[in-house]
Design a protein around this ligand. Structure first.
Ligand SMILES: [Zn+2]
Ligand SMILES: [Zn+2]
Length: 170
């Protein structure tokens, strides 16, 4: 059997139907790495006898040349697991740091959830990825789920049968 090429092995570890980044100018879904990651959570790919970061490899393969020395790869989609070339941009360390601080600052500047509830201490909890979540919205979601379940239960109750004349006689 023919051994798969590096490009084929790489493609087999990518889910091209990833989430859509809600960031201006970053188009199309993320291509999410499903292969290995290192202890820092960065995507890794084993090629030509060594382990490289998968997104650097993706950029170099797409461009057909190595990333210029000293440059880091910025995830414009802010999704570290993404290896889609159009979401990645080689930048200097300074720019990379600046962009991520800006992103954090922009997020912190958002004081209310999309439904208008305040992100205050009592109403805020953290999702696994560290983003803020709204308790009021969560409660509303739970209520809606319970209501839907109740509706479902009522709908599956067997219809009342009218007693047959024989049974009435007995
Ligand atoms: Zn992406
Ligand atoms: Zn809310």
């Amino acid at each position: 059997m023919r051994r798969p090429t590096a490009a084929e092995r790489f493609a087999a570890k990518v889910n091209t139907a990833g989430p859509l980044p809600l960031i201006r100018g970053v188009l199309g879904p993320c291509h999410v790495w499903t292969g290995g990651t290192n202890d820092k959570g960065y995507a890794t790919f084993y090629v030509a006898g060594r382990t490289v970061t998968a997104y650097r490899h993706a950029v170099e393969q797409a461009d057909g040349r190595p990333i210029a020395p000293g440059l880091e790869v910025d995830h414009r989609c802010r999704n570290r697991a993404c290896v889609r070339r159009s979401h990645l941009e080689p930048v200097t360390h300074r720019v990379n740091i600046l962009r991520s601080t800006n992103h954090v600052a922009r997020r912190a500047a958002v004081t209310h959830c999309p439904a208008g509830h305040a992100y205050d201490e009592a109403n805020t909890y953290r999702a696994k990825d560290g983003t803020r979540k709204c308790r009021a919205c969560k409660r509303a979601q739970n209520r809606a789920r319970r209501a839907a379940a109740r509706e479902q239960e009522l709908a599956t109750v067997a219809p009342l049968t009218t007693p047959t004349p024989e049974r009435q006689a007995a």
